[in-house]
Ligand binder design. Structure first.
Ligand SMILES: *[C@@H]1O[C@H](CO)[C@@H](O)[C@H](O)[C@H]1NC(C)=O
Ligand SMILES: *[C@@H]1O[C@H](CO)[C@@H](O)[C@H](O)[C@H]1NC(C)=O
Ligand SMILES: *[C@@H]1O[C@H](CO)[C@@H](O)[C@H](O)[C@H]1NC(C)=O
Ligand SMILES: *[C@@H]1O[C@H](CO)[C@@H](O)[C@H](O)[C@H]1NC(C)=O
Ligand SMILES: *[C@@H]1O[C@H](CO)[C@@H](O)[C@H](O)[C@H]1NC(C)=O
Ligand SMILES: *[C@@H]1O[C@H](CO)[C@@H](O)[C@H](O)[C@H]1NC(C)=O
Ligand SMILES: *[C@@H]1O[C@H](CO)[C@@H](O)[C@H](O)[C@H]1NC(C)=O
Length: 261
């Protein structure tokens, strides 16, 4: 192995990566960003023949014959999804897919032929660009229990999670599957919680997140002022009750998540 590496380096000046052929390179990007699939060839040589394919059955999407000066992309296969978005690097043979879309996700393969022939696989996932979740008040009337019922909602995002944080602690959350629909996660806070805690709702996928902070004044403020009279000094014992209320609501949220699938 080592000898052939030296041999290659001397004769062709290229760096072929050995012992890596079983590895699948994982590439994860957010839609709209460019997917870059690298050959790791520093400089193409006359003898280089490179073929890029996508999916199964394989569609040949790009081809290089350095000697013939032929750098071709085929963006009409498998269904035109790559139209005008495939770019070959003429120095390295690497492939860019610009303005990526979730539909570009899948298996890509490159075969690099010079003195030797090697095939490498790339597992590409293009994630939806996340919009910040929305926090709204779920009841229009002020509560006689002095609680403010909120919910944090998100549109379809695919694989990820939606969570409430109380300061930096995870307070509640649901995992979303690729099949999840729109989802909302409830939160109940006390009117007098205002100055003690800051809450935030976080939407995540495997590569990014979006956070929305609860604006207590905006969503619960009017009620808090209207009912603050006798309850000015409260205590944390109410929290246990809130947890119970919350747990009941969580059941509903999970159910929503399951029904959404
Ligand atoms: C790449 O993936 C295909 C399809 O799963 C598999 O048949 C092939 O053996 C893989 N090649 C390498 C080099 O891992
Ligand atoms: C190129 O190098 C990167 C980083 O070492 C590696 O993850 C990737 O699998 C390599 N690609 C090929 C085609 O060997
Ligand atoms: C490049 O290669 C393709 C496929 O082999 C071939 O159809 C095309 O005519 C070639 N183009 C040039 C400029 O050689
Ligand atoms: C491919 O994308 C990378 C990163 O965006 C960029 O640096 C490079 O110039 C692009 N290459 C081509 C051939 O478009
Ligand atoms: C998800 O929410 C968005 C915005 O509120 C709405 O336009 C869309 O129809 C909803 N989708 C589903 C499947 O409920
Ligand atoms: C959500 O997924 C994370 C990581 O996979 C796991 O640790 C957690 O227990 C899951 N939560 C739920 C409510 O399923
Ligand atoms: C919260 O909402 C109030 C009323 O809408 C607004 O005046 C205030 O600037 C907001 N606070 C933050 C931190 O956004």
């Amino acid at each position: 192995m080592f000898c052939s590496f030296v041999f290659c380096s001397l004769c062709f000046g290229n760096l072929v990566v050995f012992g890596n052929s079983d590895a699948v390179t994982v590439v994860q990007v957010t839609e709209g960003d460019t997917v870059t699939l690298q050959t790791n060839v520093t400089q193409l040589l006359e003898k280089h023949l490179i073929t890029w394919t996508f999916g199964y059955p394989e569609s040949r999407i790009a081809e290089i014959n350095k000697e013939a000066g032929n750098f071709s992309t085929y963006d009409d296969v498998p269904d035109g999804r790559f139209r005008n978005r495939l770019k070959l690097d003429h120095q390295t043979g690497s492939l860019n897919i610009t303005n990526s879309r979730t539909k570009d996700s899948g298996l890509y393969e490159v075969t690099i032929k010079s003195k030797t022939e090697n095939t490498y696989n790339f597992s590409v996932t293009v994630y939806t660009r996340l919009a910040a979740p929305v926090i709204s008040s779920s009841s229009s009337e002020c509560s006689s229990l002095s609680i403010c019922s909120l919910e944090c909602s998100s549109e379809i995002v695919g694989h990820g999670s939606l969570s409430w944080y109380k300061e930096n602690d995870l307070w509640s959350g649901v995992n979303l599957s690729d099949l999840s629909s729109n989802i909302s996660l409830p939160l109940v806070v006390h009117y007098w919680d205002k100055h003690k805690h800051s809450y935030s709702c976080v939407l995540r996928n495997p590569i990014s997140s979006q956070t929305r902070y609860l604006n207590f004044t905006q969503l619960c403020g009017a009620c808090a002022v209207a009912t603050s009279g006798g309850h000015a000094h409260c205590c944390d014992s109410t929290e246990a009750v809130l947890r119970l209320v919350f747990t009941a609501l969580m059941g509903v949220a999970s159910l929503t998540a399951i029904v959404g699938q």
